[in-house]
Write a protein that binds this ligand. Structure first.
Ligand SMILES: C[S@@+](CC[C@H](N)C(=O)[O-])C[C@H]1O[C@@H](n2cnc3c(N)ncnc32)[C@H](O)[C@@H]1O
Length: 290
């Protein structure tokens, strides 16, 4: 494969496709939030906390979990722990893109302390209600959850020191717009600290074309919309970021795919499906606004 294949940028979804994707995503995460509230939650997006070779792969330590309301950790649907990438300092202002039940907001709130502040933005009403209830129960008064799309952030220019996000940018139908908005609200010198699913390499050499593979995967499951590592880097560069660092943390297996497993098996043999899923990795992504 040549360089232009690996770095070819995905086009943003058309307005109609973007609306359909976001409808699917809202429906899926509304259900996840309700499941936590009624205690019927199961592993959700990104097949949370996939096991490593030792059967243990955890994004949060017991000490961290003890710092957050139980319902926030039960609602955790991420693919990493962005608070470990961010090196947060007391007094900083932080924004979490797609804050869900709020686990990373609460961890960040502990780190920035009472002189700092943490915003969460999410488009799903049920998730916002869950996060606000978690904040109330945990007694957090240095956090605020705002309703909005990460493609059009409800925050002014240059307000934020650190943007975090945990397994959400892959869900955006327009990642260029999302990272452009992240750049806009960051102060000069501000940092980006993201955990997300990306593709290590590309999907070019499979026996079925990339569009077919992606359509077999549910967008809301965090895999179908993943960028390649090269595409993510280029999208960050185009938005204006520098000091970009992308590190693979975990390589997925077929058994991690949960709800998408059957649809993938319908189009690919088990061997090729296993190989395909191994190209999807969770990564820690750091960058800085100059
Ligand atoms: C995979 S969950 C991750 C939640 C949280 N970051 C965590 O680690 O538990 C994705 C969350 O992002 C929200 N979301 C997805 N796409 C979004 C968008 N375009 N704008 C705002 N929120 C979005 C969903 O409503 C959901 O709460």
């Amino acid at each position: 494969m040549n360089q232009s294949q690996t770095t070819k940028q995905p086009s943003p979804a058309s307005a109609g496709d973007a609306a359909a994707i976001q409808e699917e995503v809202v429906a899926y995460y509304s259900e996840r939030a309700r499941a936590v509230q009624t205690r019927t939650n199961d592993a959700g997006c990104c097949s949370n906390n996939p096991a490593d070779e030792n059967g243990e792969y955890r994004f949060y330590s017991d000490d961290e979990l003890a710092l957050t309301p139980a319902a926030a950790s039960e609602a955790s649907l991420g693919c990493g722990n962005p608070t470990t990438i961010a090196s947060l300092r007391p007094g900083e202002t932080v924004l979490d893109l797609g804050s869900g039940g709020g686990i990373d907001v609460f961890l960040a709130a502990r780190q920035v302390g009472e002189t700092g502040f943490v915003y969460g933005v999410d488009m799903t009403d049920e998730m916002l209600a869950l996060a606000r209830e978690n904040a109330r129960r945990g007694g957090f008064d240095n956090v605020e959850f705002r309703k909005g799309h990460i493609e059009n952030l409800p925050l002014p220019d240059e307000r934020i020191d650190v943007i975090m996000s945990n397994c959400v940018i892959n869900l955006s139908p327009d990642k260029g717009q999302t990272l452009g908005e992240a750049f806009r609200v960051l102060k000069p010198g501000g940092r980006l600290a993201v955990s997300d699913i990306v593709i290590d390499g590309d999907l070019n050499d499979l026996p079925v074309d990339e569009a077919t593979v992606r359509s077999a995967l549910k967008w809301a499951g965090c895999i179908a919309g993943a960028l390649t590592i090269d595409q993510f880097r280029h999208t960050l560069e185009e938005a204006g970021f520098e000091a970009i660092d992308i590190r693979i943390k975990h390589r997925y297996r077929l058994s991690d795919l949960g709800q998408d497993l059957e649809s993938v098996r319908e189009i690919l043999s088990p061997e090729i499906a296993e190989e395909l899923v191994g190209r999807f990795v969770s990564a820690d992504i750091a960058a800085r606004r100059p």
